[in-house]
Design a protein around this ligand. Structure first.
Ligand code: ATP
Length: 235
């Protein structure tokens, strides 16, 4: 496994948010983590990228233990994280935001995504290079956030709710880009409330409920699972 998470726990001020979460991502895979509001999806991603300190458990990446390493170490090791809410520098232009991604490249990165590739993936971003990031639409901001992470040439990408608050046609665009990125060979761990879209795309998926993994399987298996259909797919 490229990313191998074994029984991690984390609590906010002693209140458990995730308990004994184990999951993995293989090379070339897209893996979805779905669950209701407050299930612990964002917390799980933040533990992986070192933004929150683990209470217990271990995380291995590319064979090395990265549990409890600082976030700058983990990003240089090749884990990119597109945060929920995008977190662009709103007073900088689109191009300046993208250049920050280029400057964050891992030392051993094999240059996979150039600025031109990125503009190929996101044509709307090319047109808006000189616009201040804070004036972009929500969908455009999501595209710039993903583009910035890709330019850092990660070996694995964590995506936190990329479709949040976006209109359906924009969600289509974002999901098309995600599948293109996976086809290019970059593995993704995708957190989504839009379970339908996430499971359709995912090779494998996990369901998180109140901080625990309660189900896992292929995307297709979970799409057909009665509990998943009732609780997350509304059908
Ligand atoms: P959502 O889909 O709403 O973003 P989530 O599955 O990502 O939800 P988390 O954000 O990981 O869930 O939250 C898990 C639990 O931890 C929730 O009960 C939440 O209230 C709690 N929590 C999250 N952040 C904090 C914080 N900074 N301080 C205290 N509790 C927190």
């Amino acid at each position: 496994m490229m990313l191998d998470i074994d029984k991690i726990c984390f609590g906010y001020a002693g209140v458990p948010a995730i308990t004994d979460v184990s999951l993995g991502v293989n090379a070339g895979e897209i893996v979805a983590l779905i669950g209701a509001n407050g299930a612990g999806k964002t917390t799980t991603l933040r533990c992986i990228s070192g933004l929150l300190p683990l209470g217990s458990g271990t995380i291995r990446f590319d064979g090395d233990e990265i549990s409890s390493k600082p976030s700058h170490f983990i990003s240089r090791a090749g884990i990119g994280h597109v945060l929920e809410g995008r977190h662009l520098f709103s007073h900088l232009t689109v191009r300046e935001n993208l250049e920050l991604g280029l400057s964050a490249q891992a030392p051993d990165a094999q240059m996979r995504h150039s600025l031109d590739d990125i503009f190929g993936l996101f044509p709307r971003i090319r047109e808006r290079q000189d616009q201040k990031a804070g004036t972009l639409s929500g969908g455009e901001q999501q595209m710039v956030a993903m583009a910035r992470s890709l330019l850092a040439q990660p070996k694995l990408l964590l995506l936190d709710e990329p479709s949040m608050g976006l209109a359906p046609t924009v969600v289509d665009t974002i999901f098309e880009v995600i599948s293109e990125v996976v086809r290019s060979g970059l593995p993704i761990l995708l957190v989504e409330q839009n379970a339908n879209r996430a499971l359709e795309l995912a090779d494998r998926a996990y369901v998180l409920e109140v901080g625990r993994i309660v189900l896992s399987g292929t995307g297709q298996e979970l799409l057909g699972h009665d509990d998943v259909r009732r609780s997350y797919l509304g059908r």
